[in-house]
Design a protein. Structure first.
Length: 371
């Protein structure tokens, strides 16, 4: 079964999701939808992040990745994956969110051909995970409290605070959210920060007193020495490697230097299902969890969910909220049940559909590559 067509739709989405202090002026939250077609008529689908860079994402897919993928067998996923890394090293320097979507589409097609849901094709471990609502940055501190309380009332088992900075304000937000939701509710902290080491230790110790589950990304991922010192200083688990380049090779450096207690990965930023599974198994060998983080696209988060259910060392599903902002291009809703658990689809492949009507409505560019 060979790939005979690579087709993309660049979809423009004018959304304002982040305060200007975080992202400058509003950036369009574009998505590129990808379809691989095989000579057996089986299709594989994925989506690629394209905020502020839709044309660039589409160009990479057609001009750099398509020549590597077209004409190749779907069961050559590992070889294709390494070929793309070789291309990245010598010629291209892909954005961190490519070529993961192509790998996802290949796995989707392969699992469909086997008539298995992806998690069973990989080797299933479970059928669902408790979700936590992962909110955006807010301009007003009260918005964090309101959001956390709303998701607790909705039955979602946990909430993650993306605190607004600076660090002293972050402490106040963490305290206010804990007071509002009570002592028994799961909370996580992710400032996506550029703290100094001393600031991170002070924030982390306060989070320990407040009973937060983990302290995520207080530094840039490449600041390994700071992460090592922070892990030594704190009892709360430190989560890192969300944007670390180099898939499992990059994450291995953090593990080797004891610069994380929990590693992060996802199918968009860590080179697809193949890269994310490598990271999860690497972490498992060192007795560590690999907590899968959102791709910011619900369709790709379904791929995340399949991977999370095919490994043992992941405890939670990150539900990026507000859900409607990140739903595209998934048709229907993310499969969250009445307990607040994300339940993995059981249809073949990813087991969900793309909303093609919405794709057509938002499409500003459509390209097709064939052999």
């Amino acid at each position: 079964m060979k790939v005979t067509k690579l087709e993309t739709w660049h979809c423009r989405r004018e959304l304002s999701l982040f305060p200007e202090t975080r992202a400058g002026k509003n950036m369009p939250w574009d998505v590129v939808v990808l379809r691989l077609v095989t000579d057996a008529g089986v299709e594989g689908h994925a989506s690629a992040l394209a905020a502020r860079s839709g044309r660039i994402t589409e160009a990479y897919l057609h001009e750099n990745i398509a020549p590597v993928v077209l004409g190749r067998r779907v069961d050559e996923r590992e070889k294709i994956w390494h070929d793309l890394w070789t291309l990245d090293r010598h010629l291209t320097f892909f954005p961190v969110y490519l070529p993961g979507p192509v790998d996802v589409a290949l796995w989707d097609a392969a699992a469909k051909a086997a008539n298995l849901p992806l998690h069973r094709f990989l080797g299933s471990c479970r059928d669902g995970l408790p979700a936590y609502a992962s909110g955006l940055f807010h301009d007003h501190d009260d918005d964090y409290v309101t959001e956390a309380v709303a998701y607790r009332r909705a039955g979602i088992p946990g909430y993650k605070v993306h605190a607004p900075s600076p660090w002293r304000r972050d402490i106040e937000v963490h305290r206010a959210v804990r007071e509002a939701v009570g002592a028994d509710y799961m909370l996580f902290a992710d400032p996506v920060g550029d703290y100094t080491l001393d600031q991170a230790i002070r924030v982390g110790r306060d989070l320990e007193d407040l009973g937060y589950e983990w302290f995520e990304e207080p530094f840039r991922d490449f600041e390994l020495a700071k992460y090592t010192e922070l892990c030594r200083a704190l009892d709360i688990a430190v989560a890192a490697t969300e944007t670390t380049r180099g898939a499992h090779w990059g994450v291995a450096q953090a593990i080797a230097q004891r610069a994380a207690d929990i590693v992060r990965a996802d199918v968009s930023w860590k080179a697809g299902v193949t890269g994310t599974m490598k990271i999860a198994h690497l972490a498992e060998a060192f007795g560590m969890n690999c907590e899968i983080h959102t791709t910011t696209m619900a369709f790709m988060d379904i791929a995340n969910l399949h991977v999370s259910c095919a490994i043992k060392n992941c405890e939670y599903f990150e539900l990026f909220v507000p859900e409607d902002a990140f739903q595209f291009p998934l048709k229907g809703r993310l499969p969250i049940d009445a307990r607040g658990w994300a339940m993995v689809p059981e249809a073949p492949g990813l087991g969900v559909d793309i909303d093609w009507d919405e794709v057509d409505r938002l499409c500003v560019s459509h390209r097709v590559g064939t052999i």
